[in-house]
Design a protein around this ligand. Structure first.
Ligand code: ADA
Length: 596
């Protein structure tokens, strides 16, 4: 298993670098030189993996060097693809610095134009420090782990050029018209040439249609090709019928396939109209969870079986949506959301940053890079229906507003096919509600406050509707309460008990799920997560315990209540949807269309 749940390349040779890596940690009081590891403490790190899962490093915050040796059979152009390194990486190959990256939650690649035959030493110098250069990885209500948290691949290229991305953007003027819907797509391909100029052609196939880019001279560097495709008859992607199609791109050189890229796409449009979110032209309602990537035995380096199990639990609970709080997620998780009809509010990395933190000298660049990588790598996922930013940052100040405005401009310059959003808790003091397409509001009326949700919600909506949010869809983006797994208190129902958490969720869902003013409701949160020691005073076990399952995925009392509400929503909304679009009674995992 590499970085996706399907094979991305048949022409490119992809070697997974998963498995045991050497890990070197500086001896106490010493510094770490990646090129002189003598004297460092040695561990073995399963990759993907974070060092907090290793005995003796459970609380280690600092630097380490991960080392892996490999051999190549012949000289070739190659790429190293890191799906996630937490949280700052400097990559050395045979003693030379060949790449670097900041942010645990977005992939990056390192081109190797002249990889010689023979054995090689790969070193990744990693830091999970809350250092002076880290504006987003700061002490927070989730944990900043250290390690190679997502898969690592070595890709051998057949020639000097490769297809980096093919962005497929479905469009339709009448998506609710069933068989008469007129689907088309914008296609933008990025080709990288690591060698001298070459003559190449490119073709892109989807659902029986082919877009052929005629032969041209590919100069060294990046070439962007754009075109359009039209489709006779395709089945839309919807949360009840998540129909996927293969996208296959071939780069041709001297009459042979020099490189390929396989992806999956879906035909769906998502827009806003007044106070509604429209999926394929019809109002929709997103219901589900906020989910951190964090489990007891893996930290943020979730293996595929763990990811798959989370999806299975969310399907059991009946969700039709998930919010990737508060950072871009592992693409294997997004692939499964595509397959299982789970709509995604994907969010760039930021949580709870005030003006001072947003003024950090690295803040703008780190946000810009995270957004560019999130959209660059995740563009084709049909399940992603919202791009979100800056959860509960300083949206109540003029300085903060400048950042929100800049980041929404950046998103719209990269992808206009999805609405934008952010989650605020500034309520009546927010200065940014004119900026997003969809407004997210985090409310904890019956946890941090102690007021009946229905009353508080009515007052809150009155305030909210007096702002620019009044003209837009609103999502209850966070609500819930702490519940310590195993703390049962059926009579007193004290705060922190599972019983009280179940009551809190019952009350919230009874208000938010059926409220005509809302277009979505996301419970905070799916699973309990580790938090930074610095905020442990309000976080029992040094965890955020608001999950409906704990960090071992054991369900709490609230699980069955949530399941009842969400399945009722599926029946109610699904029934309506089926009538509207004649969707088969049971969404089936459809086979891939026959390739032409
Ligand atoms: C905020 C924040 C979440 C989490 C939550 C809580 O809304 O967005 O990340 O910290 O509060 O548990 O209080």
């Amino acid at each position: 298993m590499s970085g996706r749940v399907f094979i991305e390349h048949q022409v490119r040779t992809v070697e997974s670098l998963e498995g045991l890596w050497d890990l070197f940690v500086p001896a106490k009081g010493s510094t770490l030189n990646p090129l002189r590891l003598a004297g460092a403490r040695h561990f073995l790190l399963p990759v993907p993996g974070v060092w907090e899962t290793l005995i003796g490093l459970e609380n280690y915050r600092g630097q380490a060097v991960a080392r892996r040796r490999f051999s190549t059979p012949s000289s070739s152009y190659a790429r190293l693809v890191f799906r996630g390194v937490s949280h700052t990486a400097r990559v050395y190959l045979d003693g030379c610095l060949v790449g670097q990256h900041h942010n645990a939650f977005t992939p990056f690649a390192v081109d190797l134009p002249a990889l010689k035959a023979g054995s090689h030493e790969l070193l990744v110098h990693i830091s999970n420090e809350h250092g002076a250069l880290s504006a987003l990885h700061v002490p927070n209500d989730y944990y900043n782990y250290g390690g190679l948290n997502r898969p690592v691949e070595l890709q051998y290229l057949r020639g000097s050029s490769y297809i980096r991305f093919v962005h497929f953007t479905p469009e339709c003027p009448n998506p609710a018209a069933g068989r008469e819907a007129r689907w088309s797509a914008g296609v933008q391909a990025e080709i990288v040439n690591l060698g001298p100029a070459v003559r190449t052609a490119l073709d892109v196939k989807v659902a029986g249609a082919t877009l052929a880019f005629p032969q041209r001279t590919l100069r060294p560097g990046v070439t962007v090709l754009s075109g359009r495709m039209a489709f006779a008859r395709v089945t839309p992607w919807d949360w009840l019928n998540p129909r996927l199609y293969s996208l296959t791109a071939h780069l041709m050189q001297d009459g042979a396939i020099a490189d390929d890229l396989i992806d999956r796409v879906g035909f769906r449009t998502v827009k806003t109209a007044g106070r509604k979110i429209l999926l394929n032209g019809r109002p929709t309602f997103l219901f589900g969870f906020n989910r951190h990537e964090d489990t007891a035995l893996h930290g943020c380096a979730q293996t595929f079986d763990v990811i798959h199990h989370d999806i299975a639990l969310m399907r059991d609970l009946g969700v039709n949506a998930v919010r990737t709080s508060h950072y871009p997620n592992d693409q294997r998780f997004l692939d499964l959301c595509d397959e299982h009809g789970i709509m995604v509010w994907e969010e760039s990395h930021a949580r709870g940053l005030d003006d001072a933190r947003m003024a950090h000298p690295c803040f703008r660049d780190q946000c810009r890079q995270c957004i560019a990588e999130m959209i660059g790598w995740h563009h084709n996922h049909p399940s992603i229906v919202l791009w979100g930013i800056l959860n509960e940052c300083a949206s109540h100040t003029p300085a903060g507003r400048k950042h929100y405005a800049e980041q929404f401009r950046q998103i719209r310059s990269l992808d206009r096919s999805r609405p934008t959003t952010f989650a605020s808790f500034r309520h009546g003091k927010d200065l940014c509600q004119d900026l997003p397409d969809v407004c997210g509001w985090n409310w904890y009326h019956n946890w941090y406050a102690q007021i009946p949700v229905a009353d508080a919600n009515r007052d809150a909506l009155r305030v909210l509707d007096a702002t620019p949010a009044g003209r837009k869809p609103i999502i209850a983006s966070e609500f819930g309460g702490e519940g310590l797994y195993g703390f049962r208190d059926p009579n007193r129902r004290a705060k922190w008990s599972e019983d009280r958490q179940a009551d809190i969720l019952d009350e919230c869902l009874s208000v938010y799920l059926d409220h005509p003013r809302f277009s979505g409701a996301f419970i905070w949160q799916f699973g309990d997560v580790r938090v930074d020691e610095s905020i442990a005073t309000t976080r029992a076990r040094c965890m955020n315990n608001k999950g409906v399952v704990d960090e071992y995925r054991r369900p709490k009392l609230g699980y069955e209540i949530v399941k009842r509400y969400f399945h009722a929503m599926r029946r109610q909304l699904g029934g309506t949807l089926r009538q509207q679009t004649r969707i088969p009674a049971r969404a089936t995992r459809v086979a891939e269309p026959p390739e032409t």
